[in-house]
Ligand binder design. Structure first.
Ligand code: 5RP
Length: 224
């Protein structure tokens, strides 16, 4: 079992019968989806799952988890997702998978949000390893880029085929920017207050805890 799989399995201890569980997106979240589906079947836990992306919905359906739509829920019991970066105060950077709106909405609506990752995701400061993604309404992207360019450097995200812009499952574009001069708090406020940005990748004060794996061991970090 690799470290991502190990940490995904550890997260199962927070699952109990009849829960509505939010499913994240990415390779670590995929391990959790498989492990949850297996446990649900074996122990008849009657879990209902809600997905943070089309990709994780397909994955969950294939694994045999009962899926409910976001429109059917007011809150969820537990949200388990990976991250691209995790700062010491549990601020996260997310969004390589394009589905920021759904991911942050589920994270915010969860009674407990636990991030699962291997230790390569730990950083001193958000933005150390990756640019910060902002999901923007398509008509607004040039105007938003012009606002952000005064604060940092970056551009619109190109799709995997490199023949057009990347499009999120909400139909938006993504601007990936580095802002070396700005603190996480300043950036969170700036991006949250910029019109045209639907959502951004800084998850500030949202995670309740983190499970971090390293060389076959898992440690827990909890928010005070
Ligand atoms: C998707 C995310 C992912 O959780 C993040 O990219 C981590 O992915 P992985 O588990 O594959 O390393 O934020 O938007």
């Amino acid at each position: 079992m690799n470290d991502k799989e190990l940490v995904a399995h550890q997260a199962l201890q927070y699952v109990s019968e009849n829960m509505i569980v939010g499913l994240g997106t990415g390779s670590t979240a995929n391990y959790f989806i498989d492990a949850l589906a297996k446990r649900n079947k074996e122990e008849n836990l009657k879990i209902r799952a809600v997905s943070s992306s089309v990709v994780s919905m397909i994955k969950a359906k294939e694994a045999g988890l009962p899926i409910i739509a976001m429109e059917q829920i007011k809150e969820i019991d537990l949200y388990i997702d990976g991250a691209d970066e995790i700062a010491p105060d549990l601020t996260l950077l997310k969004g390589r998978g394009y589905d920021l709106v759904r991911e942050k909405l589920l994270a915010r609506s969860a009674k407990k949000f636990i991030v699962i990752a291997d230790e390569s995701k730990l950083v001193k400061k958000i933005g150390d390893n990756f640019p910060i993604p902002s999901e923007v309404q398509p008509f607004a992207w040039e105007l938003v880029k012009n606002i952000l360019i005064k604060k940092g450097t970056g551009d619109i995200r190109i799709n995997a085929a490199k023949d057009g812009y990347a499009i999120t499952s909400c139909g938006n574009f993504v601007l990936d920017f580095n802002y070396p001069e700005k603190s996480t708090e300043e950036l969170n406020a700036l991006l949250s207050q910029t019109p045209g940005i639907v959502e951004h990748g800084i998850f500030y004060n949202i995670a309740h805890g983190a499970l971090i794996s390293s060389n076959g061991k898992v440690r827990e970090i909890w928010k005070n």
